[in-house]
Unconditional design. Structure first.
Lengths: 236, 268, 294
């Protein structure tokens, strides 16, 4: 990953506006191991640890906010929080609406989970979370897509026969594979770039800070350790 | 011209015909009108079927609630209480998860987890309970003279019910029942916002309206379109039910005919 | 919560359940139940106020005001309420921000609606993006209360309008004969007497309002529906001390029972209130009471 050069224009835009004292981090809280709500009712997971570390390195005070996935981008744009850190893949379509930091996990293929290992997904009913890259992928292929609001529901749909397979990030499905007869299919789909933090287009300053922090975590290897700990993706 | 193509592409999108992918960018007014209108097919489907089926169950419930034997009365009372006493939104959620569990045990329940059947069943029970209560109220206010006259003519049992009680009950209940019908059509918009999943992005009018509102971040276009469609639908229902009302009251002198009064849209 | 909860995997039966039901996550559910009650407690009087204003406007002698009052009820009542809930929250939020934008940043020349974005200057944001989490939550809740009040205000307005017309004309004529002004007649005769006629409609409205509270879910508030779905979902032993299968059905069953109990209690209370209010009134209800006593 090459270092991103800060755009001076972006800096000029935000000049004069005092940096908010608290940076609000928006996440979904329903996508273990990336982010989830633990027994104590707090946000936990890979991105919680990563985000806290990034804020420490960037010397920011951070606060965590939960938001439903389907409205997570609109609410960032309208300023309800300042960043999205919710396992969101960097795509060209999203990049038109918001900006991304550099990726903090490398691009990983998406995988299928089904009850039958020999399933042919092209003729099957495939579940995916609404407004994800996976849902867009299935819709584009013209297969039978069935959408759910939360990732949890997509897997439940396979278990109870509503759908034949679910398409999602491999690391998310890894936590469920092997339970209740769920198996991972051989077939993988290379969709999406790496996962990065979403930031408003006008917030170049904040983006630069997080970019630098992610870079420093990449450089000293702590990011790889964290990835290994939560098993979210391949290593850098 | 291009709008005509959009209509061809999307007019029946909600039931799976035409263009597969929903519009992604450069949303036009035409697209919004067409797709939201297309979604209305589902609202009408749910509303009409639930209303027709619910009517018969409602009559049975009203008669049941009026029965002397507690064996008949109690179940009818409880049915009405459960469906009228809890939010339809929660009923949808619960029914969906209930059908999921039933499906594991009895394969017959498999189609019930799809909205077209599962949500229809919930709406059917729900409207039956609300209309049942309306009919029961009407049953209680049947003029004493009417039933006494029936007795005097030696009518009893089925013929007394069919010729005297039932027509009068309908006549008295009809204005309130019209409201219930309007109410039911509005409630159909809840289906795709509760547990029931959307298959192949085939949703109802509100599903598409909120799709556009999400994508354009501008609620001021899709929701008024939706509102427009519903106002038209409401007017049609009022018209049709008014015709039936006229027929039900045709034997009465002009000034005594039941006037239709509408109390629109109360959430359940 | 309890001291014996430190290692739930060794627990069984009721002890396990007592630990499970008192996790921090479940507290979220209980708090959301309180939220519902608070919402009801605030919305009911505010909606009544809206309704009173609407009904008064609909009776006004000034035509535009009358149209406003009648239009308000007609529009809100003719459209599915859920559409209003989805619409009003965004619309109100944008309206407030736009108003603040006009006041606070008069020399901003870029358009507010840029393609898909709604852009106002930073200090016009509501709430300010730097404010703490509770301010954001309260603001969201406030929008919800306002939306509920607008929608239910329209229903209440309809009920009150009918109730005002139900007050016997003779009462008003008598007031006029005593030389009361229109305003005096309204406040001293009409308003005190209309409540008994309004109560059946208002209690029906209260029931409907209770049953509308799960729609909070659609307004993006973490309400009981959100928590029931979240807590009921399959829990993986990797991420929790209390793994379980798909329990959503049971959570929603609990919600169903909660609402049934709530409506039943309301029914009983409202019945008593009605009995009290009809006592001695010249209505068929009051007449029935008199006959029963005699």
């Amino acid at each position: 990953m090459k270092k991103l050069i800060l755009s001076t224009a972006a800096l000029a835009l935000t000049a004069g506006f005092a940096m908010a004292d608290v940076v609000r981090m928006g996440t979904e809280g329903a996508y273990a191991p990336w982010n989830f709500v633990n027994d104590a009712g707090e946000i936990d997971g890979f991105e919680r640890e990563l985000g806290d570390e990034l804020c420490k390195r960037a010397e920011l005070k951070c606060e965590w906010v939960k938001n439903d996935w389907d409205s997570i981008i609109p609410n960032l744009v309208s300023g309800n929080y300042d960043t999205i850190i919710a396992g969101m893949s960097i795509t060209a379509e999203r990049d038109e609406v918001i900006d991304f930091t550099q990726a903090y996990t490398p691009p990983d293929p998406s995988a299928y989970l089904a009850l039958d290992a020999g399933l042919d997904v092209e003729g099957a009913v495939v579940a995916a979370q609404a407004t994800t890259i996976q849902a867009a992928f299935v819709a584009e292929k013209g297969w039978t897509l069935i959408e759910f609001a939360t990732p949890e529901e997509t897997v439940a749909a396979v278990k109870n026969g509503e759908a034949d397979a679910v398409l999602a990030d491999k690391s998310f499905l890894d936590t469920m594979a092997g339970q209740d007869g769920l198996v991972m299919l051989e077939r993988k789909e290379a969709i999406g770039g790496g996962v990065g933090m979403g930031i408003r287009e006008s917030d170049g300053d904040l983006r630069a800070k997080f970019d630098a922090a992610i870079q420093s975590m990449k450089d000293d290897g702590t990011l790889n350790t964290l990835i290994a700990k939560w098993e979210v993706s391949s290593q850098w | 011209m291009s709008c005509w193509i959009t209509i061809q592409d999307y007019a029946f999108r909600s039931i799976g015909f035409g263009e597969r992918l929903l519009p992604r960018e450069d949303f036009t007014l035409c697209q919004q009108f067409t797709l939201i209108g297309s979604g209305m097919i589902w609202n009408i489907y749910f509303g009409v079927l639930a209303l027709l089926a619910g009517f018969f169950l409602a009559v049975a419930l009203a008669v049941g609630k009026n029965a002397k034997s507690p064996l008949v009365r109690k179940p009818a009372e409880w049915f009405i209480f459960v469906f009228r006493g809890s939010p339809l939104f929660i009923q949808f959620f619960f029914a969906y998860f209930l059908f999921l569990s039933l499906k594991q045990a009895v394969p017959i329940f498999a189609p019930f987890t799809a909205a077209w059947l599962g949500a229809l069943v919930v709406l059917f029970f729900n409207t039956a309970a609300y209309s049942g209560e309306i009919f029961y109220g009407a049953l209680l206010s049947i003029p004493k003279g009417d039933t006494e006259a029936a007795d005097a003519y030696g009518m009893s049992g089925w013929s007394r019910f069919r010729r005297i009680v039932f027509p009068t009950m309908m006549r008295l209940a009809w204005p309130a029942y019209t409201n219930e019908a309007i109410f039911l059509f509005h409630a159909t918009t809840l289906v795709y916002f509760s547990g029931f999943p959307t298959l192949k992005q085939k949703g109802d009018a509100l599903y598409y309206a909120s799709y556009f509102a999400d994508k354009t971040f501008n609620p001021f276009i899709p929701y008024p379109i939706l509102a427009g469609y519903f106002i038209i639908l409401t007017l049609i229902i009022v018209g049709l039910m008014g015709l039936i009302n006229k027929r039900l009251n045709r034997h009465l002198p002009q000034e005594r005919r039941g006037k239709m009064k509408f109390r629109l849209n109360l959430i359940r | 919560m309890f001291s014996y909860c430190s290692d739930p995997s060794t627990l069984e039966g009721l002890t396990w359940l007592s630990c499970y039901l008192t996790t921090g996550k479940h507290m979220g559910l209980y708090i959301s139940v309180v939220t519902v009650l608070v919402l009801l407690a605030i919305t009911a009087p505010v909606a009544l106020l809206f309704g009173f204003a609407g009904a008064t406007a609909a009776r006004s002698r000034i035509a535009p005001l009358r149209w406003l009052g009648k239009g308000y009820t007609a529009i809100v009542r003719g459209v599915p309420d859920i559409a209003f809930f989805l619409f009003f929250v965004i619309a109100l939020d944008q309206a407030f921000e736009w108003l603040r934008h006009q006041v606070k940043c008069p020399d901003w020349d870029a358009p507010v609606r840029q393609g898909n974005d709604f852009v106002v200057c930073d200090i016009a944001k509501l709430p300010l993006s730097s404010s703490p989490q509770w301010v954001h939550e309260t603001y969201g809740f406030f929008l919800a209360v306002l939306t509920f009040s607008i929608v239910f205000g329209a229903f209440a307005s309809n009920v009150l309008f009918g109730a005002m017309r139900a007050v016997p004309q003779a009462q008003l004529e008598t007031a006029e004969a005593y030389g009361m002004t229109r305003r005096q007649t309204f406040w001293r005769i009409l308003v005190p007497q209309m409540w008994v006629y309004a109560l059946p409609g208002l209690s029906n409205l209260w029931m409907v309002l209770i049953k509308a509270t799960p729609l909070l879910f659609l307004l993006g508030i973490e309400d009981i529906v959100y928590w029931a779905r979240e807590l009921g979902g399959t829990k993986n032993p990797k991420f929790t001390d209390y793994p379980h299968g798909d329990w959503r059905m049971w959570y929603f069953l609990a919600l169903l029972v909660f609402y049934l109990t709530f409506t039943k209690v309301s029914e009983v209370v409202l019945d008593r209130l009605m009995k009290k209010l009809t006592h001695g009134q010249a209505t068929s209800g009051g007449e029935a009471q008199r006959k029963a006593a005699a």
